[in-house]
Write a protein that binds this ligand. Structure first.
Ligand code: NAD
Length: 330
Protein backbone atom coordinates (compact mmCIF):
# COMPACT_ATOMS: atom_id res chain seq x y z
CA UNK A 1 0.00 0.00 0.00
CA UNK A 2 1.21 3.51 -0.84
CA UNK A 3 0.58 6.11 1.86
CA UNK A 4 -0.90 9.46 0.83
CA UNK A 5 1.20 12.59 1.35
CA UNK A 6 -0.15 16.16 1.50
CA UNK A 7 2.39 18.88 0.71
CA UNK A 8 1.86 22.12 2.66
CA UNK A 9 3.36 25.10 0.80
CA UNK A 10 3.96 24.82 -2.94
CA UNK A 11 7.10 26.94 -3.15
CA UNK A 12 10.48 26.21 -4.65
CA UNK A 13 11.35 23.11 -2.66
CA UNK A 14 7.96 21.44 -3.13
CA UNK A 15 7.85 22.31 -6.84
CA UNK A 16 11.47 21.58 -7.73
CA UNK A 17 12.22 18.59 -5.49
CA UNK A 18 9.46 17.06 -3.39
CA UNK A 19 6.72 16.84 -6.02
CA UNK A 20 9.02 15.21 -8.60
CA UNK A 21 10.46 12.92 -5.88
CA UNK A 22 6.93 11.77 -4.99
CA UNK A 23 6.69 10.39 -8.54
CA UNK A 24 9.64 8.12 -7.71
CA UNK A 25 8.66 6.94 -4.24
CA UNK A 26 7.69 3.30 -3.66
CA UNK A 27 5.74 3.63 -0.44
CA UNK A 28 3.97 6.98 -0.78
CA UNK A 29 2.34 9.26 -3.35
CA UNK A 30 1.09 12.82 -3.47
CA UNK A 31 -2.64 12.80 -2.61
CA UNK A 32 -3.39 16.40 -1.52
CA UNK A 33 -1.90 19.89 -1.28
CA UNK A 34 -2.31 22.88 1.04
CA UNK A 35 -1.76 26.21 -0.67
CA UNK A 36 -2.74 29.87 -0.54
CA UNK A 37 -3.51 29.71 -4.27
CA UNK A 38 -6.51 27.47 -5.20
CA UNK A 39 -5.63 27.82 -8.90
CA UNK A 40 -2.11 26.50 -8.29
CA UNK A 41 -3.60 23.70 -6.20
CA UNK A 42 -5.95 22.65 -9.02
CA UNK A 43 -2.99 22.55 -11.41
CA UNK A 44 -1.14 20.24 -9.00
CA UNK A 45 -4.28 18.05 -8.77
CA UNK A 46 -4.26 17.67 -12.55
CA UNK A 47 -0.49 17.09 -12.74
CA UNK A 48 -0.42 14.52 -9.94
CA UNK A 49 -3.80 12.88 -10.45
CA UNK A 50 -5.66 13.58 -7.23
CA UNK A 51 -9.17 15.08 -6.88
CA UNK A 52 -9.62 18.86 -6.73
CA UNK A 53 -11.49 18.30 -3.46
CA UNK A 54 -8.05 17.46 -2.00
CA UNK A 55 -6.79 21.02 -2.49
CA UNK A 56 -6.84 22.83 0.87
CA UNK A 57 -6.03 26.31 2.15
CA UNK A 58 -3.93 26.99 5.27
CA UNK A 59 -7.14 27.88 7.10
CA UNK A 60 -9.00 24.73 6.02
CA UNK A 61 -6.33 22.19 7.02
CA UNK A 62 -8.67 20.93 9.74
CA UNK A 63 -10.72 19.27 6.99
CA UNK A 64 -7.76 16.96 6.29
CA UNK A 65 -9.13 14.92 9.21
CA UNK A 66 -11.88 13.68 6.88
CA UNK A 67 -9.54 12.75 4.02
CA UNK A 68 -8.70 9.04 4.22
CA UNK A 69 -6.30 9.43 1.28
CA UNK A 70 -3.90 11.47 3.40
CA UNK A 71 -1.66 9.69 5.92
CA UNK A 72 1.31 12.09 6.08
CA UNK A 73 1.39 15.89 5.99
CA UNK A 74 4.69 17.38 4.79
CA UNK A 75 5.15 20.99 6.02
CA UNK A 76 7.23 23.03 3.55
CA UNK A 77 6.43 26.62 4.59
CA UNK A 78 8.86 29.23 6.00
CA UNK A 79 10.29 28.10 9.39
CA UNK A 80 8.29 30.42 11.67
CA UNK A 81 5.08 28.87 10.28
CA UNK A 82 6.13 25.25 10.87
CA UNK A 83 4.51 25.02 14.33
CA UNK A 84 1.22 26.44 13.03
CA UNK A 85 1.10 23.95 10.16
CA UNK A 86 2.43 20.94 12.12
CA UNK A 87 -0.17 21.52 14.85
CA UNK A 88 -2.96 21.65 12.25
CA UNK A 89 -1.66 18.41 10.71
CA UNK A 90 -1.36 16.62 14.06
CA UNK A 91 -4.82 17.75 15.14
CA UNK A 92 -6.19 16.29 11.90
CA UNK A 93 -4.62 12.99 13.00
CA UNK A 94 -1.93 12.93 10.31
CA UNK A 95 1.73 11.95 10.69
CA UNK A 96 4.01 14.95 10.31
CA UNK A 97 7.09 15.54 8.18
CA UNK A 98 8.48 19.02 8.93
CA UNK A 99 11.13 20.79 6.88
CA UNK A 100 14.36 22.13 8.39
CA UNK A 101 14.98 24.21 10.40
CA UNK A 102 12.30 22.57 12.57
CA UNK A 103 11.10 25.98 13.83
CA UNK A 104 12.80 29.18 14.97
CA UNK A 105 13.43 28.35 18.67
CA UNK A 106 13.64 25.32 20.96
CA UNK A 107 10.41 26.52 22.60
CA UNK A 108 8.62 26.29 19.25
CA UNK A 109 10.21 22.87 18.56
CA UNK A 110 8.73 21.71 21.88
CA UNK A 111 5.31 22.96 20.76
CA UNK A 112 5.54 20.71 17.67
CA UNK A 113 6.86 17.71 19.61
CA UNK A 114 4.07 18.03 22.18
CA UNK A 115 1.33 18.47 19.55
CA UNK A 116 2.47 15.27 17.79
CA UNK A 117 2.72 13.38 21.08
CA UNK A 118 -0.76 14.51 22.17
CA UNK A 119 -2.23 13.43 18.81
CA UNK A 120 -0.32 10.12 18.80
CA UNK A 121 1.25 10.81 15.39
CA UNK A 122 4.84 10.35 14.22
CA UNK A 123 7.17 13.25 13.55
CA UNK A 124 10.18 13.48 11.25
CA UNK A 125 12.40 16.36 10.08
CA UNK A 126 13.44 16.92 6.44
CA UNK A 127 17.09 16.04 7.01
CA UNK A 128 17.58 14.56 3.54
CA UNK A 129 21.35 13.98 3.90
CA UNK A 130 20.72 11.08 6.29
CA UNK A 131 19.45 9.26 3.20
CA UNK A 132 22.42 10.12 0.98
CA UNK A 133 25.06 7.41 0.47
CA UNK A 134 28.05 9.82 0.62
CA UNK A 135 26.98 10.92 4.08
CA UNK A 136 26.29 7.29 4.98
CA UNK A 137 30.03 6.67 4.37
CA UNK A 138 30.80 9.18 7.10
CA UNK A 139 28.37 7.50 9.50
CA UNK A 140 29.94 4.10 8.69
CA UNK A 141 33.38 5.47 9.59
CA UNK A 142 31.98 6.84 12.83
CA UNK A 143 30.32 3.52 13.70
CA UNK A 144 33.40 1.43 12.88
CA UNK A 145 35.91 3.96 14.28
CA UNK A 146 38.32 2.70 11.58
CA UNK A 147 40.15 6.05 11.59
CA UNK A 148 39.56 6.71 15.28
CA UNK A 149 37.49 9.68 16.45
CA UNK A 150 37.26 12.69 14.13
CA UNK A 151 38.82 15.46 16.22
CA UNK A 152 39.30 18.31 13.74
CA UNK A 153 36.42 19.31 11.49
CA UNK A 154 35.74 22.20 9.14
CA UNK A 155 32.62 22.95 7.14
CA UNK A 156 30.91 25.72 5.24
CA UNK A 157 27.64 26.17 3.38
CA UNK A 158 26.92 29.54 1.79
CA UNK A 159 25.43 31.10 -1.30
CA UNK A 160 24.96 34.59 -2.61
CA UNK A 161 21.32 35.60 -2.13
CA UNK A 162 20.09 38.15 -4.63
CA UNK A 163 16.30 38.00 -4.43
CA UNK A 164 14.30 39.50 -1.56
CA UNK A 165 12.44 36.70 0.24
CA UNK A 166 11.47 35.35 3.68
CA UNK A 167 15.03 34.05 4.15
CA UNK A 168 16.17 37.61 4.99
CA UNK A 169 13.25 38.30 7.37
CA UNK A 170 13.70 37.34 11.00
CA UNK A 171 9.94 37.11 11.60
CA UNK A 172 9.64 34.24 9.09
CA UNK A 173 13.14 32.73 9.02
CA UNK A 174 14.07 33.11 12.69
CA UNK A 175 17.55 34.22 11.68
CA UNK A 176 19.82 34.44 8.66
CA UNK A 177 21.90 31.82 6.86
CA UNK A 178 22.69 29.96 10.11
CA UNK A 179 19.03 28.84 10.32
CA UNK A 180 18.77 27.99 6.64
CA UNK A 181 22.22 26.74 5.57
CA UNK A 182 24.45 26.66 8.65
CA UNK A 183 22.18 24.02 10.14
CA UNK A 184 23.56 21.56 7.56
CA UNK A 185 27.08 22.11 8.88
CA UNK A 186 25.80 21.70 12.46
CA UNK A 187 24.14 18.41 11.41
CA UNK A 188 27.28 17.15 9.72
CA UNK A 189 29.52 18.04 12.67
CA UNK A 190 27.23 16.06 15.00
CA UNK A 191 27.30 13.17 12.52
CA UNK A 192 31.10 13.16 12.34
CA UNK A 193 31.55 13.55 16.09
CA UNK A 194 28.81 11.02 16.78
CA UNK A 195 27.74 13.32 19.60
CA UNK A 196 26.01 16.55 20.60
CA UNK A 197 28.35 19.52 21.14
CA UNK A 198 28.81 20.88 24.66
CA UNK A 199 29.52 24.48 23.70
CA UNK A 200 29.68 27.04 20.90
CA UNK A 201 31.68 30.20 20.20
CA UNK A 202 30.66 32.49 17.34
CA UNK A 203 31.30 35.75 15.54
CA UNK A 204 28.95 37.59 13.20
CA UNK A 205 30.79 39.27 10.31
CA UNK A 206 30.19 42.91 9.30
CA UNK A 207 27.37 43.20 6.74
CA UNK A 208 28.17 44.15 3.16
CA UNK A 209 24.48 44.70 2.35
CA UNK A 210 22.91 45.94 5.61
CA UNK A 211 19.87 47.25 3.76
CA UNK A 212 19.12 43.72 2.55
CA UNK A 213 19.87 41.90 5.82
CA UNK A 214 18.14 44.29 8.23
CA UNK A 215 17.47 42.04 11.20
CA UNK A 216 19.37 38.84 10.38
CA UNK A 217 23.08 38.05 10.05
CA UNK A 218 24.58 38.03 6.56
CA UNK A 219 27.62 35.88 7.47
CA UNK A 220 28.64 34.06 10.64
CA UNK A 221 31.55 31.86 11.77
CA UNK A 222 31.31 29.50 14.72
CA UNK A 223 33.13 26.70 16.46
CA UNK A 224 31.45 23.73 18.10
CA UNK A 225 33.19 21.85 20.88
CA UNK A 226 32.31 18.20 21.54
CA UNK A 227 32.53 16.19 24.79
CA UNK A 228 35.74 14.40 23.68
CA UNK A 229 37.45 17.70 22.76
CA UNK A 230 36.73 17.45 19.02
CA UNK A 231 36.07 20.79 17.33
CA UNK A 232 34.29 21.92 14.18
CA UNK A 233 35.14 25.30 12.63
CA UNK A 234 32.14 26.39 10.58
CA UNK A 235 30.91 29.15 8.31
CA UNK A 236 27.72 30.20 6.58
CA UNK A 237 26.72 33.25 4.57
CA UNK A 238 24.26 34.73 2.09
CA UNK A 239 27.13 36.64 0.50
CA UNK A 240 29.55 33.92 -0.57
CA UNK A 241 29.79 30.46 -2.06
CA UNK A 242 30.86 27.49 0.05
CA UNK A 243 29.79 23.87 0.15
CA UNK A 244 32.28 21.61 1.90
CA UNK A 245 32.96 19.45 4.95
CA UNK A 246 36.15 17.80 6.17
CA UNK A 247 36.82 15.64 9.21
CA UNK A 248 40.26 14.50 10.37
CA UNK A 249 41.18 11.67 12.73
CA UNK A 250 44.55 10.17 13.72
CA UNK A 251 44.00 7.26 11.32
CA UNK A 252 42.57 9.08 8.30
CA UNK A 253 40.31 11.77 6.94
CA UNK A 254 36.96 12.20 5.21
CA UNK A 255 36.00 15.05 2.89
CA UNK A 256 32.96 16.06 0.80
CA UNK A 257 32.99 18.90 -1.73
CA UNK A 258 30.33 19.75 -2.73
CA UNK A 259 28.91 18.32 0.46
CA UNK A 260 25.31 19.47 0.82
CA UNK A 261 23.76 19.36 -2.67
CA UNK A 262 20.68 17.38 -3.69
CA UNK A 263 22.84 15.50 -6.17
CA UNK A 264 26.37 15.69 -7.52
CA UNK A 265 28.01 15.26 -4.14
CA UNK A 266 31.69 14.34 -4.47
CA UNK A 267 34.31 13.38 -1.97
CA UNK A 268 37.17 11.22 -0.79
CA UNK A 269 38.70 9.66 2.25
CA UNK A 270 42.39 9.14 2.99
CA UNK A 271 41.94 5.77 1.22
CA UNK A 272 40.90 7.40 -2.07
CA UNK A 273 37.96 8.91 -3.92
CA UNK A 274 34.41 7.90 -3.01
CA UNK A 275 32.86 6.25 -6.07
CA UNK A 276 29.15 6.14 -5.33
CA UNK A 277 26.08 6.43 -7.57
CA UNK A 278 23.78 9.35 -6.79
CA UNK A 279 20.29 8.82 -5.37
CA UNK A 280 17.08 10.84 -5.04
CA UNK A 281 17.54 11.90 -1.41
CA UNK A 282 14.01 13.23 -1.06
CA UNK A 283 12.37 10.06 -2.43
CA UNK A 284 14.40 7.89 -0.05
CA UNK A 285 13.65 10.21 2.87
CA UNK A 286 9.87 10.15 2.25
CA UNK A 287 9.84 6.38 1.67
CA UNK A 288 11.72 5.87 4.92
CA UNK A 289 9.12 7.88 6.84
CA UNK A 290 6.28 6.02 5.10
CA UNK A 291 7.87 2.72 6.22
CA UNK A 292 8.20 4.09 9.77
CA UNK A 293 4.45 4.79 9.72
CA UNK A 294 3.59 1.41 8.16
CA UNK A 295 5.85 -0.55 10.54
CA UNK A 296 5.24 1.46 13.70
CA UNK A 297 8.85 2.64 14.00
CA UNK A 298 10.33 6.01 14.93
CA UNK A 299 12.09 8.12 12.29
CA UNK A 300 15.89 8.26 12.55
CA UNK A 301 15.58 12.02 11.99
CA UNK A 302 12.89 12.71 14.58
CA UNK A 303 11.73 15.75 16.48
CA UNK A 304 14.40 15.34 19.16
CA UNK A 305 17.10 15.77 16.51
CA UNK A 306 15.41 18.89 15.09
CA UNK A 307 15.20 20.32 18.59
CA UNK A 308 18.83 19.39 19.36
CA UNK A 309 19.99 21.37 16.34
CA UNK A 310 17.89 24.37 17.36
CA UNK A 311 19.51 24.28 20.84
CA UNK A 312 22.92 24.37 19.11
CA UNK A 313 21.79 27.26 16.89
CA UNK A 314 20.59 29.15 19.98
CA UNK A 315 23.98 28.66 21.64
CA UNK A 316 25.73 29.94 18.49
CA UNK A 317 23.54 33.07 18.38
CA UNK A 318 23.97 33.62 22.14
CA UNK A 319 27.75 33.46 21.76
CA UNK A 320 27.74 35.91 18.84
CA UNK A 321 25.48 38.27 20.80
CA UNK A 322 27.83 38.01 23.78
CA UNK A 323 30.88 39.06 21.78
CA UNK A 324 32.13 35.54 21.11
CA UNK A 325 32.10 34.18 24.64
CA UNK A 326 31.82 30.40 25.08
CA UNK A 327 28.17 29.39 25.50
CA UNK A 328 27.12 25.93 26.64
CA UNK A 329 24.55 24.05 24.55
CA UNK A 330 21.48 23.41 26.70
P1 NAD B 1 9.54 29.23 -0.88
O1 NAD B 1 9.50 30.65 -0.48
O2 NAD B 1 9.88 28.90 -2.28
O3 NAD B 1 8.15 28.51 -0.52
C1 NAD B 1 7.47 28.76 0.69
C2 NAD B 1 5.99 28.49 0.50
O4 NAD B 1 5.31 28.84 1.71
C3 NAD B 1 5.38 29.32 -0.64
O5 NAD B 1 4.55 28.51 -1.42
C4 NAD B 1 4.56 30.38 0.11
O6 NAD B 1 3.44 30.80 -0.61
C5 NAD B 1 4.16 29.60 1.36
N1 NAD B 1 3.73 30.46 2.45
C6 NAD B 1 2.65 30.27 3.21
N2 NAD B 1 2.47 31.26 4.08
C7 NAD B 1 3.46 32.14 3.86
C8 NAD B 1 3.81 33.40 4.46
N3 NAD B 1 3.06 33.94 5.45
N4 NAD B 1 4.90 34.03 4.00
C9 NAD B 1 5.65 33.51 3.03
N5 NAD B 1 5.37 32.32 2.43
C10 NAD B 1 4.28 31.64 2.84
O7 NAD B 1 10.55 28.52 0.14
P2 NAD B 1 11.23 27.08 0.00
O8 NAD B 1 12.62 27.27 -0.49
O9 NAD B 1 10.35 26.16 -0.71
O10 NAD B 1 11.36 26.67 1.55
C11 NAD B 1 10.26 26.19 2.29
C12 NAD B 1 10.77 25.32 3.46
O11 NAD B 1 11.52 24.24 2.94
C13 NAD B 1 11.69 26.05 4.44
O12 NAD B 1 11.52 25.53 5.73
C14 NAD B 1 13.08 25.69 3.93
O13 NAD B 1 14.09 25.75 4.92
C15 NAD B 1 12.84 24.27 3.48
N6 NAD B 1 13.78 23.84 2.41
C16 NAD B 1 14.46 22.68 2.62
C17 NAD B 1 15.35 22.25 1.67
C18 NAD B 1 16.08 20.95 1.89
O14 NAD B 1 17.01 20.67 1.14
N7 NAD B 1 15.69 20.14 2.87
C19 NAD B 1 15.57 22.98 0.52
C20 NAD B 1 14.85 24.16 0.32
C21 NAD B 1 13.95 24.58 1.30
Amino acid sequence: KKLGVALVGLGMYSTGQLGPALKQTKHCRLSAVVTGSPEKGRQWARDYGFPESSVYGYDTMGRLADNKDVDIVYVVTPPALHARDCIAAAKAGKHVLCEKPMEVSTAQCDVIINACKAAGVKLSIGYRLHFDPFHEELRKLVRSQEFGPFMTMTGGFAFSMQKAQWRAEKALAGGGPLMDLGIYVVQEACMAAGATPVAATATVHPKKRPEFFKDVEESISWTLEFPNGAKCESFTSYDAGRNDFRAEAKGGWFELKPAFNYGGIAGATSRGPLVIAGVNQQALQMDDFALCVLNGQESRVGGAMGRRDMAIVEAIYASAAGGGKRVEVR
